[in-house]
Design a protein around this ligand. Structure first.
Ligand code: GLA
Length: 729
């Protein structure tokens, strides 16, 4: 899959569908030639023209005046020898200079894919599933070595990249930026797609034409954040869900991130993505290395759906913990919106009983079971049960719930501490704070310094004590505020620029240890909803609470946007009560069910108060979900009509064998004299016949002519669900 042409000095990474081409230019500069649809044989007879441009300097040893780093399409550009665009790295040497000159040294081609020390990354179980190119670059003066890793997957349209910087010099250097990926695209028009949002409005799709200049999309919050997901796609202006080229970039990282998109003076586009360079300063001591997180690059020539399906496949087969790759997820009930902090054992058992009766499989006890936690002002850090609320403790409750035939799990917020807690009284210096300054609170709490091993060890011990006592099947790992006063009490002044990243490395270390120690436990990530819904978390925790907003109508946008790269099997989605707690909107149980079952279905309402009819309707939803769970959690997902520009929204799931599909349709608001709506389906076998209700249609008919939504459908927030099954001819 990876070849090196000695004569032309060209590396070609290719599988059956994509090609990535890199050329070593005279002097050892690495030029980017191409990333896109497969090129069978790259002739190299028409090189990207190099033109002598005024005010574009020539680096040492340039063969002619046309050779300038300012205009060259590069793989991992620096700054200092005439490239005035945004650099992939920024390193301060001991003499105060920031000029480094990395030149190609040699390469290695390896089977499979190496793991990244201490960081989440995609993996392969079989060496034939991927091949890796390692390019070594050296800066002779500083004795810094740069290794760039490129992995091409055999079966997916995916290249992953990361970089590792090693200091072989005698002096410590300071790394202020080291991106995971840099890539330059030749002059062309692009649209940029990003996932923006806010708390309770995560990952809404924003698409805009890319103009000249620099665009920075980032998080400085210490977490990937609700506001800006670490993802972008560059697409052709004409790209739709079903056609056109798209290149998706997904960063496997959960902390401060930065994506810089620069369209330069000649309309060439550079994309950089990695750890945020803002306030980042890493002291790289002699003979130590810094490894960047990994970026996943996905290429599609069949629109955004195909890009997303590739991300989904990759997550399900090469990113989530192996034991969850194809494991169906249970239907849960969570007591949060049903009780908030106000519960006791009795109330919980009643809710569990009601849940069991409608067919729910897992009971999740949310916030409030520990310390003296009756509101959000206290007890984070005191992870021992509150016997006043749970008379038989967590283990007693767990035993009773298991006896009912339900699985059981609980909520933790391990990274946080309340001022009113034993932990804070004993270890006031364990929080992130700047000495002599006051602390900011967020939801009345502080952030524990997870960069410190002894802090993590304490929380680990407390959590495992509970896990060892009670028989738990599930843990919700929450994180409810962003970092302020980012400073660690134990690091010297010069290393304070490392704290935010060290925190994330500490978090990963913790997650890796706890998930490996309790492999049977299903962990669900959460951060005030989807405030840390990223590929890094997914490596450890196979699902995440998608949003604190449980309103079906808001959720349509959140889940539609989230599906751009995250698989359906990773999106927790609950049916809650109406009027909705976040938007006060009233919607039918039908639409709440249809939206929630388009993710990992759960319930979050007081079922003991539900009417008999409601319970009946819920039991039917659950029965339906159980019958179609494999398709709904792991089937191929197609977005058909977008909520970002339509009143009509639709998506569908198709089974691997194309013998079954489920289509969901949602109408936002009612209008008189509503036009007919046609749903052109996707992903079916054109040659097969499918039964829908009492009628039989050809797959080609359903995809090309489409099916018509019932013209008698009325009211706001209307919904339809269609189950389509192939019939034997
Ligand atoms: C966050 C979560 C909620 C719930 C509360 C509990 O907001 O997103 O689902 O767990 O915390 O305090």
């Amino acid at each position: 899959m990876i070849t090196f042409d000695e004569d032309k000095q060209i590396f070609h990474l290719t599988n059956n569908r994509i090609s990535y081409l890199i050329q070593i230019k005279p002097g050892g500069y690495l030029a980017h030639i191409y990333f896109g649809k497969k090129i069978a044989h790259y002739s190299s007879s028409y090189d990207y023209p190099q033109v002598d441009r005024s005010f574009s300097p020539n680096p040492p040893h340039a063969v002619d005046r046309g050779f300038s780093l300012d205009t060259l399409l590069q793989e991992y550009p620096g700054h200092g020898f005439g490239d005035f665009r945004e650099p992939a790295y920024n390193i301060r040497l001991n003499d105060g200079s920031r000029v480094t000159d990395f030149r190609y040294h040699d390469y290695q081609i390896r089977p499979g894919k190496p793991q990244l020390a201490g960081l989440p990354a995609t993996y392969v179980s079989d060496e034939h599933d991927a091949q890796t190119l390692v390019l070594h670059l050296l800066d002779q003066v500083s004795q810094l070595e740069l290794k760039m890793y490129y992995t091409i997957f055999t079966k997916q349209n995916v290249i992953t990249r990361s970089a590792k910087l090693t200091n072989h010099g005698n002096d410590t250097v300071e790394v202020n930026r080291l991106t995971s990926v840099a890539i330059d695209f030749p002059a062309a028009s692009y649209d940029l797609i990003q996932l923006r949002g806010a708390w309770a409005r995560e990952r809404n799709i924003v698409r805009e034409p890319l103009n000249l200049g620099i665009k920075v999309l980032d998080s400085k919050r210490g977490a990937s954040g609700h506001q800006q997901n670490p993802f972008v796609a560059l697409v052709q202006p004409e790209t739709t869900e079903f056609q056109g080229e798209a290149i998706g970039f997904g960063l496997i990282y959960s902390g401060n991130h930065e994506t810089i998109i620069q369209r330069d003076q000649y309309a060439q586009t550079r994309v950089l993505m990695g750890i945020n360079s803002f306030n980042f300063a890493w002291q790289l001591q002699p003979e130590t290395a810094f490894q960047t997180p990994e970026v996943v690059l996905v290429y599609s020539d069949a629109g955004l759906n195909a890009m997303s399906q590739t991300f989904h496949d990759l997550c399900n087969q090469h990113l989530v913990p192996r034991r969850f790759q194809q494991r169906q997820r249970p239907i849960l009930i969570n007591n949060w919106e049903a009780t908030y902090f106000n519960f006791d054992e009795n109330k919980i058992l009643k809710l569990a009983q009601a849940a069991k009766e409608v067919g729910i499989e897992l009971f999740v006890l949310d916030d409030g079971w520990f310390g003296a936690r009756n509101d959000d002002r206290t007890s984070l850090g005191d992870w021992f049960e509150n016997k006043a609320k749970l008379s038989h403790g967590v283990s007693g409750l767990s035993a009773q719930i298991h006896q009912m035939g339900l699985q059981f799990g609980i909520w933790f917020e391990p990274e946080m501490i309340s001022e009113d807690s034993d932990l804070f009284r004993n270890h006031p210096d364990w929080v992130l704070e700047v000495p002599r300054r006051e602390r900011s609170v967020g939801r009345n709490q502080y952030v524990l310094d997870f960069s410190r091993a002894e802090v993590r060890a304490n929380i680990f011990k407390q959590m495992t004590t509970i896990l060892d006592q009670a028989n738990l099947d599930y843990i919700k790992w929450d994180m409810n505020r962003n970092m302020t006063e980012v400073y660690s009490q134990v690091l010297p002044a010069l290393q304070q620029g490392e704290v935010a990243h060290r925190y994330i490395l500490g978090l990963y270390d913790f997650l890796s240890k706890i998930t490996q120690a309790y492999p049977q436990v299903l962990f669900e990530g959460c951060a005030g909803g989807g405030g840390r819904f990223d590929l890094g978390i997914l490596y450890y925790l196979p699902q995440s609470w998608t949003s604190d907003n449980t309103d079906a109508i808001s959720r349509i946008k959140v889940q539609y946007g989230t599906s751009l790269l995250y698989p359906i099997s990773s999106m927790g989605a609950h049916v809650s009560a109406v009027p909705n707690e976040q938007t006060h909107r009233v919607t039918s149980l039908a639409i709440r069910g249809n939206v929630a079952m388009s993710g990992v279905l759960g319930y979050e309402l007081d079922l003991t108060k539900a009417t008999a009819d409601e319970k009946q309707a819920i039991a039917e939803q659950i029965k339906f979900y159980k019958a179609h769970r494999q398709l709904l959690q792991f089937g191929k997902f197609y977005r058909l009509m977008s909520p970002f520009n339509h009143n009509d929204v639709a998506w569908m799931f198709v089974s691997e064998q194309q013998d079954e599909a489920i289509v969901f349709y949602f109408r936002m608001s009612a209008e008189a004299s509503y036009p007919l709506v046609t749903l052109k389906l996707a992903g079916l076998d054109p040659a097969k016949h499918y039964r829908l209700g009492n009628a039989v249609y050809g797959g080609d008919e359903l995809m090309n002519i489409g099916l018509y939504v019932d013209p008698n459908l009325t009211g706001d927030y209307a919904t339809q669900r269609y189950v389509i099954k192939a019939i034997e001819d």
